[in-house]
Structure formats: structure tokens, C-alpha cells
Design a protein around this ligand. Structure first.
Ligand code: DX5
Ligand code: ZN
Length: 217
């Protein structure tokens, strides 16, 4: 499968986000992962659609907007207008409306992704997989960068890849987010993930280009 690396700007220097995303593009990133937190679904507040609009002119890469918010459906229009290419919503926030929320995102010409927290079982994503363009497995508790990878996530990734094969979508994009390093990325890919989010591993590295290309394998 085609492996894509999605650096998370949560670990970037927020005083110069435009330069940071342009640098990530030059270093070979495939997507820019934007962690939107509302202080309710998760305790911290990061940024919203206005920041996504501000970085949009600084890169041609797809902007992968991970909404860690309550009522994510109320924010879709703002992120679409800001230039998001992918909008990810949590099944824990949307509940049984998840398929409908994904369809709303797609109806605006943007890719839709359903996200799973570490406490939620893989099967909670199965209905969404009939519709979604991608699913995202959180391999840490959402809210903060720099946490340790939760090893049980590997089993969940395997279950989702098996489900993708079963429903006739073997190339389905499975994204994994949290605690991924140059050391554990191989296991994550071997389990069936193909879109890799990494914040601290990329931003703490003195050679982002080498780190990104090594992660891609
Ligand atoms: C956590 C965010 C992640 C985070 C990943 O809530 O969704 O995208 O930035 O950071 P690292 O790679 O440092 O775990
Ligand atoms: Zn994220």
C-alpha cells in the first residue's frame, strides 16, 4: 500500500505556522494534520478554521483536519470554506449520526474520516466504513502530543484492515494518530495502517526530511 506521512502541526512553532507547513512540504510530507481541540471534547483548546484558512496559502498539500470537538457537524461549513481537504469527526462525538455527518462532509466536496478513541472498540467504525473515505485510530488519548503509543491499538488496526478487505475496499485508508516514532512505525504499518500521523517525532528531529522518509520506510 501507498504509505502517507501526515505531520501534526500540534508540535510546530505556532508563531510561524505558514513557514512550518511550507517546510513540511519541502521535507516530503504527504498531508498536513491539523489538530482542532475545543476545550470540551478534550480539555485543551488549540485552533479553529481561521488558522486553517491562514495556513492554506502556504502549502499545496491536503489539509487533514482532525476535529476533537463536540458537535463537529456544526463546524463543517467553516472548515470547508477555510480550505480543508479531509475532515475527521469522532464517533464518540457523533454517535449514531456518524454516517450522516460523513455524508454531509462529502456533499461539500471534502473527504470524510471517522475517528475512534482508544476506549472505543473497532466495530463502532464498521457502519461508518461503508461511507467514509478514511478511518482514524487514536493510539493515544486525544488532547496532547508526546504521549506513549498504546500497544492495543495494533489489534484494532488489524481488525479494521480485515473489515476493509471483507467489505471489498482492501485499499481503504487507515490513519493512525499518537505516539508514533521511527521505532514503532513498522509495526503500525505491518498491522495494516497506511496513513501515519506524527507530531513530536518529526518536530523533535533535527532532520525532518530524513525522519519523514525513514517513517515511510
Ligand atoms: C493528539 C493529536 C495528535 C498528536 C500526535 O490528540 O490528535 O495528532 O498531535 O502527536 P504525537 O505524534 O506527538 O503523539
Ligand atoms: Zn490528530
Amino acid at each position: 500500500m501507498n504509505i502517507k506521512i501526515a505531520p501534526s502541526i500540534l508540535s510546530a512553532d505556532f508563531s510561524k505556522l505558514g513557514e512550518e507547513v511550507a517546510l513540511l512540504e519541502r521535507c516530503g510530507a504527504d498531508l498536513i494534520h491539523c489538530d482542532v481541540m475545543d476545550g470540551n471534547f478534550v480539555p485543551p483548546i488549540t485552533f479553529g478554521a481561521q488558522t486553517v484558512r491562514a495556513i492554506r496559502p502556504h502549502t499545496r498539500l491536503p489539509l487533514d483536519c482532525h476535529l476533537m470537538t463536540l458537535y463537529p457537524e456544526t463546524h463543517i461549513e467553516d472548515f470547508v470554506k477555510a480550505g480543508a481537504d479531509i475532515i475527521s469527526v469522532h464517533v464518540e462525538a457523533c454517535g449514531e449520526n456518524t454516517p450522516a455527518v460523513l455524508q454531509t462532509i462529502q456533499s461539500r466536496g471534502v473527504k470524510a474520516c471517522a475517528v475512534l478513541n482508544p476506549e472505543t472498540g473497532a466495530e463502532a467504525l464498521f457502519p461508518a466504513m461503508e461511507i467514509a473515505d478514511m478511518v482514524l485510530v487514536m493510539s493515544v488519548h486525544p488532547g496532547w502530543g508526546g504521549q506513549k503509543f498504546i500497544a492495543e491499538s495494533l489489534e484494532k488496526i488489524r481488525a479494521l484492515r480485515a473489515r476493509a478487505v471483507k467489505i471489498g475496499r482492501p485499499d481503504f485508508d487507515i490513519e493512525v494518530d499518537g505516539g508514533i516514532t521511527g521505532e514503532n512505525v513498522k509495526e503500525v504499518i505491518a498491522a495494516g495502517a497506511n496513513v501515519i500521523v506524527a507530531g513530536s517525532a518529526i518536530f523533535s528531529s533535527s532532520d525532518k526530511k530524513a525522519t519523514i522518509s525513514r517513517m515511510r520506510g
